[in-house]
Design a protein around this ligand. Structure first.
Ligand code: ATP
Ligand code: MG
Length: 688
């Protein structure tokens, strides 16, 4: 039924409204799949949120809505937007309804949940643990060694390359020969060995009851390849919605197809011009072929009004994408006029780039904008290094997305490995990591211990029955006790127990044990937010919180902070002011790729994504000299850079070009030009 009160629809434009109302009520389109294909900032995500709210208000059961977004953060944001919209009609009941939106998350996260739930039906042990990319590479390496490939042939692909090839084959549903020929031509001679390696890798994962990222999709796809199971799971959801559909891969579309064969109740939204994940086998064909794959009757809504950016910013972004090889036919317009063109700022080096940003960020804050309404974007996580140093020096709080995560720190990984090992004692990567912590336990004895555990029906009991390795002494007893204790202790108590066991090792291994201990306590606080060890391990592995973000449950010292993010992680978001680092050739496009035309085009779209994040101010920074971090062959080096080729001469009129600092040529050396530190202000600040 169409709800009586739909005031929230008034804020939408007619196309958005058509998408929101599609199939709700009596318009005869119930069940017809819907595709919203539209440019950046045209309100796709907003429309999806309205659609969910509208469905709920019209009586849909939120527990029967499957909502898949690009990150867990995006899912949470979507849920709170839905609540805000629905609140206008449902009042306080809205929060109850949106809390029931329990199937909102990432493809991988949803996959993990379904696999656990249906594990018995597909012969899977529900206690499986999940390997992140690093664990997967480690396991691949173990298998490589076992097969002797790395020893007999030193030029055999590295563990990382092996994993990348494997992952491509799986996600693109392509045979290995094709993947090698197209993406890894220098490995073509190893096809047979790689096949053998991957077969052994798959078998090893099964023996150890671990799944890697790709398995979550692969097993899910296999599970729903069975028609009765597909029907059963598909029937649980009246609506399936996917945001950022341009970045899904073949496996993901085949899962959707199995769940909703004719696309019944399916809504996908995306922008082909923003497809930036082909290195993970995402294919823009999914969005372009949607009607062909699901139903020729699919409703297609395009949105062409951009609500995000000012006209000069939008024009410049449109200019950049108009030079793409593919034709993106969307013609976005906006009525947000402004006299401020996007800036193209020539700067001496990265140190000055950092200073420029600090200056601008503070000036913008002076004008009344919060720090968190400003973001600095970059191609690769390491590019923000000099800026982070400068921000720290100037006491400007920041949060970094898409970079090195809190969970990547060795001590945090140790703790998680311990918990994972208890949850699944057959997980050898976790086992090795933990056993290595014990003094006197080398690789050979670790291997022996794990072998004995693997043979037993109750691995932990087998562990307890083993004699202590000769040189492990008292540490061994403590270790076994800790494992046995943890096995039966209750969540979240067991993470504290784990820490108590681990702390002496921490002090022994690291000099800065004290600082690292603080991280472990933080980890405990994060854990307290999860209902079970299993949920904690699964969700942290799949979508780890960022170093200092509040999503991590970490109390922030300052409520306001600047955003630092890779462009990939900035997808879907927007800020008042956006600064893009290193908009130079060699960086954007990156010179690390193979330089194929497809790769170049993806780099162009990446710049487009970066530019379209800005609402009011956009600064593209062009350092004349920048530092390239070591690629094995090339090493660290400085590079003299020039403006990215994606902004050729003919686009320059769309930008305002400046040089910073203005009186550059004969000024004092850049190190001395740093503004004085205001010690007196700091002293005052100490008591505020
Ligand atoms: P992206 O391609 O970057 O993911 P998007 O198409 O998902 O962008 P949204 O993030 O949903 O766009 O919306 C962009 C901005 O436009 C948001 O601030 C949103 O609130 C605003 N917006 C969307 N639709 C409308 C509307 N009808 N009226 C006013 N503002 C709108
Ligand atoms: Mg969006």
């Amino acid at each position: 039924p169409v709800p009586a009160n739909t005031a929230y629809l008034d804020a939408l434009n007619p196309e958005q409204r058509r998408a929101v109302e599609h199939g709700v009520g009596t318009d005869g389109t119930v069940g017809v799949p819907l595709l919203v294909i539209a440019g950046a900032g045209s309100g796709k995500t907003n429309t999806l949120a309205h659609r969910v709210a509208h469905l709920i208000v019209a009586g849909a059961d939120p527990r029967r809505i499957l909502l898949m977004t690009f990150s867990r953060r995006a899912a949470a944001e979507m849920a709170s937007r839905v609540e805000r919209i629905a609140r206008r009609v449902l009042g306080d009941r809205a929060s109850v309804m949106t809390d029931a939106l329990s199937w909102a998350g990432t493809f991988h996260g949803i996959g993990a949940r379904l696999l656990r739930e249906f594990s018995e039906r597909i012969g899977l042990d529900p206690a499986f643990t999940i390997h992140d990319r690093e664990d997967s590479a480690d396991l691949m390496n173990l298998v490589r060694h076992d097969l002797g490939f790395s020893r007999t042939e030193s030029r055999f692909p590295t563990k990382g390359t092996c994993l990348a090839i494997y992952s491509r084959c799986v996600n693109a549903e392509m045979p290995i020969e094709a993947v090698l020929g197209q993406f890894f031509p220098w490995c073509s001679g190893w096809a047979n060995e790689l096949k053998q390696l991957f077969a052994a890798y798959v078998e090893t994962k099964q023996q150890q009851n671990v799944l890697d990222y790709d398995d979550l999709l692969l097993y899910w796809a296999q599970m729903v390849a069975d028609a009765p199971l597909a029907d059963e799971i598909g029937a649980r959801f009246d609506h399936v919605m996917v945001d950022e559909y341009q970045d899904t891969n073949r496996l993901q579309s085949s899962i959707l197809l199995a769940l909703k064969p004719a696309g019944r109740g399916l809504t996908v939204v995306g922008d082909d011009a923003q497809s930036i994940y082909s290195f993970r086998a995402a294919t823009v064909r999914n969005i372009l072929d949607f009607p062909k794959q699901f139903s020729p009757a699919a409703a297609i809504v395009t949105l062409d009004r951009n609500y995000r950016s000012t006209e000069p910013i939008l024009s410049a972004a449109n200019g950049v994408i108009s030079l793409a090889k593919e034709r993106f036919t969307k013609n976005l317009w906006t009525d947000r006029t402004s006299t401020r063109k996007p800036l193209l700022v020539a700067i001496r080096d990265e140190a000055d780039q950092a200073r420029y940003i600090v200056e601008q960020v503070l000036a913008t804050r002076e004008e009344g904008a919060l720090l968190k309404h400003q973001a600095v974007l970059f191609r690769t996580s390491s590019h923000s290094g000099p800026l982070e140093v400068e921000l720290t020096r100037r006491n400007i709080p920041f949060v970094k997305f898409g970079g090195l995560k809190f969970l990547d720190a060795a001590h945090v990984k140790d703790m998680l490995a311990l918990l994972r090992f208890v949850a699944n004692p057959r997980d050898r990567v976790a086992g090795f990591r933990i056993l290595h912590l014990l003094p006197g336990v080398g690789p050979a004895s670790a291997q022996r211990v794990l072998d004995r555990m693997a043979e037993a029906s109750d691995p932990i009991a087998a562990l307890a029955a083993l004699p202590s390795p000769p040189r492990a002494g008292a540490d061994w007893r403590l270790f076994v006790e800790a494992i046995e204790n943890l096995r039966y202790s209750e969540w979240p108590v067991d993470i504290e127990r784990a820490r108590l066991w681990y702390e002496p090792h921490l002090d022994r291994i690291h000099e800065d044990g004290e600082a690292r201990r603080a991280d472990l306590i933080q980890l405990e606080q994060i854990a307290a937010g999860y209902p079970s060890r299993e949920r904690f391990l699964t969700e942290l592995t799949l979508d780890p919180p960022d170093a200092t973000s509040d999503q991590a449950g970490v109390p922030l010292l300052d409520e306001d902070y600047l955003i630092l993010s890779t462009i990939h992680s900035a997808k879907g978001q927007e800020w008042k002011s956006v600064y893009v680092l290193n908009v130079v050739d060699g960086c954007m496009p990156s010179d690390l790729g193979a330089g194929t035309s497809a790769e170049l085009e993806e780099e162009r779209r990446l710049l487009y994504v970066a530019m379209t994040r800005a609402k009011d101010d956009l600064h593209l920074l062009v350092p004349q000299r920048f530092f390239v971090h070591g690629q094995a062959a090339k090493g660290d080096r400085h590079m003299y850079a020039s403006r990215t080729r994606f902004i050729p001469e003919k686009l320059l009129p769309m930008f305002e070009r400046t040089v910073w600092p203005r009186a550059a040529a004969s000024g004092p050396s850049s190190a001395n030009r740093a503004p004085p530190i205001d010690i007196r202000a700091r002293m005052r600040g100490m008591w505020r």
